[in-house]
Design a protein around this ligand. Structure first.
Ligand code: 3PG
Length: 213
């Protein structure tokens, strides 16, 4: 694992975020994540202005791990790099995007769930994969089954993870960190309920810490 992947592993959770009003919300949201002990953000390109949101967060918290999610094109990789983003998450495995990230020196977590995905990721020299959508693709049982032939990988599951099932995922040694949108729900962001987001982050960090004991 590279340094960024190790730091993601230490934090243990990765909030998956959609920001519809980055000018208004990116700054206070980054403050809340850092205050909650989760100085990492996957800003998805599901809303326009993801790069603007990343730029605002990086300027405000230079040490925070800010990256892009739902990256579907190499142009979005360029936008991420230009905004100071440090990683790229893709929902599926696109060798073109993975190779482009490798050329540009930015960490890529491609979504993988099948033996074919994992095999392709192996050939691409990857070490940490996003396992997406986790719950819907077989959850922890599938992650464990996949780790038998593909023991070289660590995974970052996202999709259907929340405070209820976080502990069982976090306890699995194959899992480097768990991603999820539950830490930053749209409603809490649009209503500016930063204290509730801080609370969700703190609870998540505590669950991961306990599960790893
Ligand atoms: C993702 O892109 O990682 C997922 O949409 C997150 O899934 P969740 O909303 O179920 O956490």
């Amino acid at each position: 694992m590279n340094e960024l992947q190790k730091r993601v592993g230490e934090i243990g959770v990765v909030p998956v975020i959609k920001l519809t009003n980055p000018q208004r919300d990116a700054g206070p949201l980054s403050d809340a994540l850092c205050a909650g002990g989760v100085p990492v953000a996957e800003i998805t390109f599901r809303a326009a202005g993801a790069d603007e949101a990343m730029r605002i967060m990086v300027e405000r918290h230079p040490d925070m791990l800010v990256g892009a999610g739902t990256v579907l094109t190499t142009e979005q990789v360029d936008k991420t790099i230009a905004a100071g983003g440090k990683f790229v998450v893709t929902p599926g495995l696109d060798p073109e995007i993975v190779k482009y990230c490798q050329e540009k020196g930015i960490t890529c977590f491609p979504g993988c769930t099948t033996p074919t995905d994992y095999h392709t990721a192996y050939k691409l020299g990857l070490e940490v994969l996003k396992f997406f959508p986790a719950e819907q693709s077989g959850g922890l049982a599938k992650i464990k089954a996949m780790s038998a032939p593909f023991s070289m990988f660590k995974v970052m599951p996202t999709g259907g993870i929340n405070l209820k099932n976080l502990a069982e995922y976090a306890a699995c040694p194959v899992i480097v960190a768990c991603g999820g949108s539950y830490m930053c729900p749209d409603k809490l962001i649009t209503e500016g309920k930063w204290d509730e987001i801080i609370d969700l982050c703190k609870k998540s960090v505590e669950i991961v810490k306990e599960a790893r004991k």
